[in-house]
Design a binder for this molecule. Sequence first.
Ligand SMILES: Cc1cc2nc3c(=O)[nH]c(=O)nc-3n(C[C@H](O)[C@H](O)[C@H](O)COP(=O)(O)OP(=O)(O)OC[C@H]3O[C@@H](n4cnc5c(N)ncnc54)[C@H](O)[C@@H]3O)c2cc1C
Length: 415
Amino acid sequence: MSKVTIIGGGIIGLFTAYYLVESGFEVTVLDQGDLTQGCSVGNAGMIVPSHFVPLASPGMIGKGVKWMLSAKSPFYIHPRLDRRLVEWCLLFYRSATKKHVDRSIPYLKNLSLLSKSLYLDFARQHPEAGIGLEEKGLLMLYKTAATEHEEVEMAALSNANGIAADVLSRSEVRALEPDADLDVRGAVHFTGDAHLDPARLHGFLQRHLQARGVRLVGQAEVLRFANSGSTITHVVTNQGDFACDQLVVCAGAWSGKVARLLGLKLPMLSGKGYSFMQENQPAIRTPAILTEQKVAVTPFGAQVRFGGTMEITDTDHSINAKRVQGIFEAIPRYYAGFQPTAPAPESVWSGLRPCSPDGLPYIGPTAKWRNVLFGTGHSMMGISLAPATGRLLAEQLREHKLSLVIDAFSPDRYA
Ligand SMILES: Cc1cc2nc3c(=O)[nH]c(=O)nc-3n(C[C@H](O)[C@H](O)[C@H](O)COP(=O)(O)OP(=O)(O)OC[C@H]3O[C@@H](n4cnc5c(N)ncnc54)[C@H](O)[C@@H]3O)c2cc1C
């Protein structure tokens, strides 16, 4: 049986292990922490076929510059003289074109739709998992005419691409949320989106994989590799060496660093975000994005999670209290009936979204090494896109015809 070693036990690594073990591979997952310290547990848990436009898009540069001027805004780049940061920003700038967006849409859309259908299969096959998968869609709530204009345009583009989007008036959206006293101008409802509890999903996958014989090795930091010609033979960690026939790098925001250990160039920075929980009282029923503030809202029964902020950084988890305050202050501006309690600093979660400069993930093989694949760079959509990524990587290793064309996701595109 072919031995596959996966670096990274976040959601991408675990879903890759899930499809590989189903295909008969012997799988080991190595993680530098306890597998939960990456980005995959405290996020908003949204499954978003509606997010088919890459982050690198024409409107983002202007918005980003404006947001940089406010301490509580949802976007920030820590200015510093760092070669990798400068290079990443230049590549982002070059990708923020209509041509790039038009080319990327079918790739992202197909990946998302495959992932959503795999989640529905997964929930049917594992009712015991209790991942809380619900198909209530996603509300893009807005307060201003300018945002309404943008969102209505987005809804039209979405419908033209076969992703259903309904434009709702103030009274229609208030009827969907009868308890929370919504103070908004209106909303776009992406009815095909869904959500789940990411911590339960990650916990179930760990238990399921262990029961299927997958080795999950925590506190094993990958330090370097041993090779024979163009084949990686061993992964060297602080817990010793692990032999491998195939290697899959799913190291999230750290993947650029792991790529450098392999002599590869994979531009990657972190998009740090924060989240905290509140009592869901009065009840918020439908997942939403508070569009002007870029705050994600996900109800999990008696609790609701608020999350947001994209701080472009390296791999630093520190928490910026002002930006957490920005998320907190946004809540009652939209949900007038909701009186949030200031989150205690220790209850705030921070996660590092693995961000490529063109807003597309890296999925697939690399020319330099015969037996190395990447599954990373999913930015704000790692939960959403994890099953499809895992399935495609397993298809690559089985040398099966791929379910989708994925050349736009090549890890070699910046080589
Ligand atoms: C506030 C917030 C809200 C979000 N909401 C959503 C959402 O609603 N929907 C959605 O789809 N996505 C969302 N995301 C994004 C999503 O969380 C990420 O895209 C996803 O978790 C990335 O998963 P990953 O497996 O690639 O990385 P991670 O979960 O970070 O896992 C990478 C793992 O690799 C390990 N690792 C790294 N380097 C090494 C090494 N050298 N040796 C060994 N192990 C190593 C790390 O320890 C880590 O466990 C959100 C993110 C944030 C911050």
